[in-house]
Design a protein around this ligand. Structure first.
Ligand SMILES: Cc1cc2nc3c(=O)[nH]c(=O)nc-3n(C[C@H](O)[C@H](O)[C@H](O)COP(=O)(O)OP(=O)(O)OC[C@H]3O[C@@H](n4cnc5c(N)ncnc54)[C@H](O)[C@@H]3O)c2cc1C
Ligand code: SF4
Length: 480
């Protein structure tokens, strides 16, 4: 344990954010530096509890009290080893994880919890700066070949673990850059993309092969995979967006969040988005439908693009300001979350149902017709609550309905679970030699869960390959 009386003496502190009016003028990350002295002070607040609930609160089971102690005692290189033992990519989670560990921190029962996430980020950033993060290629090659489909956090974690176990690993990615939603989804102001690039460079140096513009089931036939690899891990995400099937949906100016956000990621990379395809919020009255994280990302992006006005509507009622009694400690609390984007502007409202859109003579969306509703599950319309809102751009951020089924999943003949995700038993799909992980298996989730799943799927693949004495082409096993 760090400082025995640390939690009694030191208050919780978090890095400050740049001033909203300033930060919406650029796309850089929003946090100010957090000095080393503060990092160590915050680590000193950890009580090293007998039963550290933060371990189980964290989906990768980070050994949090150990690295808090190592930071407090200035043993940073040992701290990164401890952190990497459970998490391949702490630089992602240290930035964008909602930190369920902090919600489960024992100190949090009576005091503000330990600032776990910023300590995680501090350890990994220091390790990169000091040159402690180097390629870790395997000492022996097994001669077995594994294809990983999808280069989001689950695919990357699976690929790195499998390569380090000595297998030959090729990652197939349909997009033109590696990273999944880390690259084309999560805005730069939450995660600058050089953070992904340096990790990819490490993985390439370890021997992972990355193929981009490689859409399995479209321009890469599934047979190519089944014929050439001993195992396949599907990490293609949950890319099927939930639609809003109301009159007027087909009007111009109504888009899914994931049509809008990746365009801005591309502009930040220096790409040009053609004028005819461009979806821009500049000078527009924007409506975001969906009150979650993706909606908040649309808000921050719209404000940076120079929107005239932004509304964000949610059909669920407004959550309580503090932890709801239905979600006691150490559970993830139901409570109102104010994301950084909400500090920057926009108008949030809850219990609103979007009923219809109407447009002008050119087919452009011009108005939302909405009304207020009661509590779920009935969402009964409140009499006399109908209203209209002038809009020029509508962004649908209402979640995702699992993976895209036509193409790869259908061609491989995989069974799906009741929610439409790939059905698995211990990460094994219904087809021998094919595994699944991340959002494609569990539905839309979090980066930290994707990393956890990628690691566990890799373990399952490694075991499966170890049980196969000679490399055997998957096709022979599938058709046997
Ligand atoms: C806008 C947005 C913001 C988010 N913000 C956060 C956040 O702040 N914190 C957080 O923890 N989580 C966040 N999430 C959720 C998080 O990003 C996902 O849970 C996570 O990325 C899932 O990882 P994955 O590897 O399973 O899939 P993905 O990241 O979706 O990656 C899947 C990859 O597979 C590729 N692919 C799919 N099919 C094929 C195919 N047939 N052939 C080749 N390639 C294929 C896709 O192109 C994609 O690159 C956010 C999600 C969204 C949409
Ligand atoms: S990965 Fe997320 S839950 Fe785990 S320690 Fe880091 S911030 Fe906490």
């Amino acid at each position: 344990m760090g400082k025995v009386t640390g939690f009694l003496e030191i208050e919780r502190e978090q890095p400050t954010r740049r001033v909203p009016q300033e930060r919406i003028k650029d796309w850089f990350e929003i946090y100010n530096p957090f000095p080393e002295e503060k990092q160590r002070d915050q680590a000193a607040r950890c009580m090293d509890c007998g039963v550290p609930f933060c371990h189980t609160g964290c989906p990768v089971n980070n050994i949090i009290p150990d690295w808090n102690d190592l930071v407090y005692s200035n043993r940073w290189e040992a701290a990164i080893r401890r952190l990497h033992a459970t998490n391949n990519f702490p630089e992602f989670t240290g930035r964008i994880c909602p930190a369920p560990c902090e919600a489960a921190c024992v100190l949090g029962i009576t005091e503000p919890p330990v600032s776990i996430k910023v300590i995680e980020r501090s350890i990994v950033e220091r390790a990169w700066d000091e040159g402690w993060i180097r390629p870790e290629p395997p000492e022996h090659n097994t001669g077995k070949r594994v294809a990983v489909v999808g280069s989001g956090p689950s695919g990357l974690a699976a690929a790195q673990q499998l390569r380090r176990s000595g297998h030959s690993v090729t990652v197939y990615e349909k997009n033109d850059r590696i990273g999944g939603l880390l690259r084309y989804g999560i805005p730069n102001f939450k995660l600058e993309k050089h953070v992904i690039d340096r990790r990819i460079a490490q993985m390439k140096a370890e021997g992972v092969t990355f193929l981009i513009n490689a859409h399995v089931g479209v321009n890469i036939p599934v047979d190519t995979l089944t014929e050439h690899y001993d195992a396949i891990v599907l990490c293609g995400g949950a890319e099927q967006p939930r639609d809003l099937k109301v009159p007027g949906r087909a009007l111009k100016g109504i888009h899914f969040a994931m049509e809008f956000l990746p365009q801005q990621n591309r502009r930040c990379e220096g790409d040009t988005v053609s004028e005819e395809l461009a979806i821009l919020a500049k000078d527009k009255s924007v409506l975001i439908i969906g009150g979650g994280d993706t909606g908040a990302d649309c808000l921050g992006t719209s404000l940076r693009q120079g929107a005239r006005r932004v509304h964000q509507f949610e059909i669920m009622p407004k959550p309580p300001e503090s932890r709801a009694s239905s979600t006691p400690w150490p559970q993830w609390p139901l409570q109102l979350r104010t994301e950084s984007s909400h500090e920057e502007g926009g108008i949030r409202d809850w219990s609103i149902n979007s009923v219809q859109f109407t447009g002008d003579e050119n087919g452009n969306v011009k108005q939302l017709h909405g009304l207020r509703v009661g509590a779920p599950p009935k969402f009964e319309a409140l009499e006399g609550s109908e209203f209209t809102l002038d809009v020029d751009l509508v962004l649908l951020a209402m979640g995702f309905l699992g993976p895209v089924r036509n193409g790869m999943i259908e061609q491989l003949g995989l069974a799906l679970d009741a929610r439409g995700n790939i059905a698995t038993t211990g990460y094994k799909s219904s087809v021998d030699g094919i595994f699944a992980a991340g959002d494609m298996r569990r539905g839309q989730s979090l980066v930290v869960w994707a990393i956890s799943e990628g690691r566990q799927a890799a373990e399952a693949v490694d075991k499966y390959l170890a049980e196969t004495a000679e490399p055997t082409l998957l096709r022979h096993r599938v058709t046997a």
